[in-house]
Design a protein around this ligand. Structure first.
Ligand code: ZN
Ligand code: ZN
Length: 174
């Protein structure tokens, strides 16, 4: 039982960590797929939480979920029950964190529990949909601080790369 709980927790923490730092934030800085699909305005609950059969929406969903699948693969031999429970919780959280668009408001007691457990509420995730430099950590709020540092670092890297690109162009096309 304890192994199952530990496996589920590790799956969610490492999955969210990899998804946030390896896909979500770099995609916000260097890509456009996630911004075009997940942050596009006036989409419905199905689009954000269940995915539509649009290939780009599906691709963004698959890339975001891939880290959980990889961690699940490695944890499977320790506790299949823990892995399955973690994946079910993760999927449930995807649906729940997008319920703001359906008018859901988190009750104060659930809000308090989420604060204690560092779990992202729908309100917090909705903030990320509107302010793309805030509210990182799809499931856990403790990724917020390192996420903003990583975001700033990658943005600097992008500026520096662009600047160096301009310099190279300047040398060749002078
Ligand atoms: Zn979202
Ligand atoms: Zn995002």
């Amino acid at each position: 039982m304890l192994t199952a709980i530990a496996c589920a927790w590790i799956l969610l923490v490492i999955g969210d960590f990899l998804s946030t730092f390896v896909y979500h934030i770099p995609e916000h800085v260097f890509g456009s797929l996630h911004l075009r699909t997940h942050h596009s305005y006036k989409k419905n609950f199905r689009h954000y939480a269940i995915l539509t059969l649009h290939s780009q929406v599906l691709l963004d969903g698959i890339l975001g979920a891939l880290p959980y699948g990889i961690v699940a693969f490695f944890l499977w031999s320790y506790s299949p029950v823990g892995v399955i429970s973690g994946l079910i919780f993760g999927q449930f959280h995807v649906w729940w964190r997008h319920t703001s668009i359906l008018g859901w408001q988190t009750p104060p007691i659930v809000n308090l529990a989420c604060q204690v457990l560092f779990i992202t509420t729908p309100e917090r995730h909705w903030l990320h949909h509107h302010k793309t430099s805030q509210g990182f950590g799809d499931i856990f709020t403790f990724f917020e601080l390192p996420a903003s540092a990583w975001l700033r670092f990658l943005r600097l890297l992008k500026v520096q790369r662009r600047w160096e690109g301009e310099k190279v162009k300047g040398v060749f096309f002078r």
